[in-house]
Ligand binder design. Structure first.
Ligand SMILES: [Zn+2]
Ligand SMILES: [Zn+2]
Length: 344
């Protein structure tokens, strides 16, 4: 099959022929229908991030069709099923997996090559997945839209960690896919003001389309906290940091109200200095957001299926696998792209 290989930081991905994957016990092979390009993949392949496995295949936001099921299967999936694969790589057999909580499986091997031991991901024609991580994609949802479930789950997790109550105000820093997904859920959950700070105008417009009540141009020199106060007459109850660059955590703490909540959704890959005195004065709750549950993913597919959320505008481009190396490099400088879907 064809796959996009990651060689080393600074080198573009390389399309190559590699052996077709075979399913092990409890696994299936899917023909990849859509795989989103994720900011983590971009971060992890920079000299500073340098986390991705060399020689590996990235890609973890994936839908596909089952073409083969391995020995000793769990569950009742069959060949031909359209599925969304949660990228956990759970074992399907431990007590947590048996209780439908693969997110706490101790045997996880998250696919997508974002670590030295992680198996290959979905920038390829075929992918090996765990049967216990699969959810059916409802017939009338496009496979590209269903693949948004992964960033939507990350955004939902950020909003869950923000502990927002109905009528509160949230500031979201950054309108990349995670910031936008958080925007969708903050709106959905009855937040009074959903204010998104973002430098790129196109992304601010997208944030408004997806549920922001206001946006702030976060370009050079803007005091985001001051603008938030001007717009809403208050300080944010929660700040969701969805940029992941040095300095952003301090910016979030600086903006949040005393005793408010800061969520680190962006995940800075570099060491970052932290202003302890600022945090000392405000006593914010600082929460990280790492893993979503299988049931949250199920909920998201159901909300899309019933038309209660429509994340489709997040998809800005649909490309073939051959175009990926060039597009992947271009994504390092944001312009008009949001979520790029690779459709091999
Ligand atoms: Zn991702
Ligand atoms: Zn397990």
């Amino acid at each position: 099959m064809k796959a996009a290989i990651y060689d080393a930081p600074g080198l573009p991905l390389r399309i190559a022929d590699v052996p077709d994957p075979r399913p092990g016990p409890g696994q299936a092979v899917i023909r990849v229908s859509a795989c989103g390009v994720c900011g983590s993949d971009l971060h992890a392949t920079t000299p500073e991030g340098d986390l991705a496995r060399r020689g590996g295949v990235l890609g973890h936001e994936v839908t596909g069709e089952i073409v083969e099921i391995g020995p000793d299967p769990v569950g009742d999936r069959t060949v031909g099923d359209r599925v969304y694969a949660i990228p956990l790589g759970s074992c399907g057999r431990c007590p947590h997996c048996r209780l439908d909580h693969p997110e706490v499986c101790p045997n996880q091997v998250t696919f997508g090559a974002l670590g030295p031991d992680e198996p290959d991901g979905a920038y390829a024609e075929y992918l090996t997945v765990s049967l216990s991580d699969l959810l059916a994609v409802p017939d009338h949802i496009g496979m590209d839209v269903a693949a948004l479930c992964e960033p939507l789950a990350t955004g939902l997790m950020c909003v869950r960690q923000a502990r927002l109550e109905i009528g509160q105000r949230v500031l979201i820093l950054g309108a990349g896919p995670i910031g936008l997904a958080a925007t969708i859920w903050a709106r959905f959950l009855g937040t009074r003001r959903v204010v998104v700070a973002e430098r790129v105008e196109h992304r601010r417009k997208l944030a408004m389309r997806l549920g922001a009540t206001d946006t702030i141009d976060a370009g050079s020199g803007t005091d985001v906290a001051e603008q938030f106060a001007e717009l809403t007459g208050a300080e944010p109850d929660a700040v969701i940091e969805a940029v992941g660059r040095p300095g952003m955590l301090n910016a979030a703490v600086a903006a949040v109200r005393p005793h408010g909540t800061v969520v680190t959704g962006g995940v800075c890959m570099e060491p970052d200095s932290f202003d302890h005195l600022l945090a000392y004065v405000k006593e914010p709750h600082i929460r990280t957001a790492r893993v979503y549950t299988k049931d949250e993913n199920r909920f998201i597919l159901e909300m899309i299926e019933t038309g209660r959320v429509d994340p489709t505008p997040m998809i800005s481009h649909r490309i073939g696998l051959d175009a990926l190396p060039t597009v992947f490099e271009a994504l390092r400088t944001p312009t008009d792209q949001c979520k790029v879907m690779v459709m091999p």
